[in-house]
Design a protein around this ligand. Structure first.
Ligand code: KG4
Ligand code: ZN
Length: 338
């Protein structure tokens, strides 16, 4: 039997300051998340400068809490993994600097982790039997990628968005109907009270790229509908708009995932990213997988939105693949997955 490998993981790419201790990629010993949501709510979205300052204040206490909740000392840690991109550069830099300082002082290897690879790897935490190859639909605030996970650390993007990310569309529509930030969970909740067939918003199909996405059309259609109602003095049902908008987004994501599964021959389907915690998306994707005979995987909601346990899971396989960073590791805001 191989020796256990315990990783301290750090994630600060957007508005969550997070640290976790993860053993052998799949066993979470601690998962501490400080959410900055309350700091950004008054501005209706994440303010990068405020995010960086808050990360600086919270990073050390969050790392200390992660080590103490796991019952580990720095000397018990075998490596330090950190998100180095993509994300907000000032936010990423705080995590990268903390990880470099700790790894250097404790003489541990430093593992650079791609944020989206982290989201995908969140599926390994609760599904001990899941191994590549599989298909992963990544839907977050910044990304919408249909990914063929060929092997640990080997990714092929089969479909991507041409404009807004799915989470971005949720956030913009939520703001327009007065639900505020963060929009995704609020639309999810409001939609439960609404009629998804009350309004008809368009589904975009990209010519010659059937697995790609476009969400700006549906977002504009919602904004036009709202303007029209306001000009005519007609009442607006937040719940019906939320449900009808969510229906279009969810249907497009499920349809494209099923198409990609058919084309690629992959029979294991996973969801990842903040929007993967959407209750209707989880329900419809599970139903579609059952219908087609695919095995369906999705992380618990706490591992869908940004967290460091997923960085520890990805970091473990990166470590086994020999990936290491030097002390010159930098934050890369536009880092590509493949
Ligand atoms: O993965 P994530 O935490 O951060 C990024 O890497 O972007 O995703 C955040 C996004 C936000 O746009 C948020 O509105 C969305 O995920 N989100 C949801 C839900 N929970 C979070 N969208 C739809 N339904 C939800 N329940
Ligand atoms: Zn994320």
């Amino acid at each position: 039997m191989e020796k256990d490998l315990t990783i301290l993981a750090i994630e600060t790419s957007c508005d969550e300051t997070a640290a976790a201790v993860v053993r052998n990629g799949r066993e979470v010993l601690s998962n501490v998340i400080y959410s900055q949501i309350s700091l950004h709510t008054v501005f209706g979205g994440v303010v990068p400068e405020i995010a960086s300052r808050s990360h600086i204040e919270k990073i050390n206490p969050v790392i200390e809490a992660a080590l103490s909740e796991a019952g580990t000392k720095l000397s018990d840690i075998d490596a330090v993994a950190v998100t180095y991109g993509p994300g907000l550069v000032g936010a990423l830099l705080v995590g990268v600097s903390a990880a470099k300082a700790i790894a250097y002082a404790a003489r541990k290897p430093l593992i650079p982790v791609h944020h989206i690879e982290g989201h995908i790897s969140a599926n390994y935490i609760e599904n001990k039997d899941l191994e590549p190859p599989f298909l992963c639909m990544v839907v977050s605030g910044g990304h919408t990628h249909l990914v063929r996970v060929a092997d640990y650390g080997k990714y092929e993007i089969l479909g991507r968005t041409h404009d807004d990310a799915a989470g971005e569309a949720f956030d913009k529509v939520a703001r327009a109907i007065g639900l505020g930030y963060p929009g995704g969970p609020k639309i999810d909740k409001a939609a439960k009270e609404g009629n998804a067939d009350a309004l008809s918003f368009p589904k975009a199909h990209i010519k010659d790229a059937p697995l790609d996405f476009s969400f700006s059309g549906v977002k504009s259609a919602v904004l036009n509908y709202l303007n029209d109602c306001r000009m005519k003095g007609l009442p607006i049902s937040q719940a019906d708009v939320a449900a009808s908008f969510q229906k279009v987004i969810v249907e497009v994501i499920v349809e494209h995932t099923m198409e990609a599964a058919k084309e690629s021959g992959l029979k294991k389907i996973a969801l990842a990213g903040g929007v993967a915690s959407n209750s209707e998306l989880r329900r419809q994707m599970e139903e579609a997988c059952k219908k087609h005979g695919y095995q369906f995987y999705r992380p618990s909601p706490i591992y869908c939105t940004d967290n460091a346990a997923m960085i520890g899971a990805a970091g473990y396989y990166d470590y086994l693949n020999g990936k290491r960073a030097g002390w010159d590791l930098n934050a890369l805001p536009n880092l590509k997955l493949s």
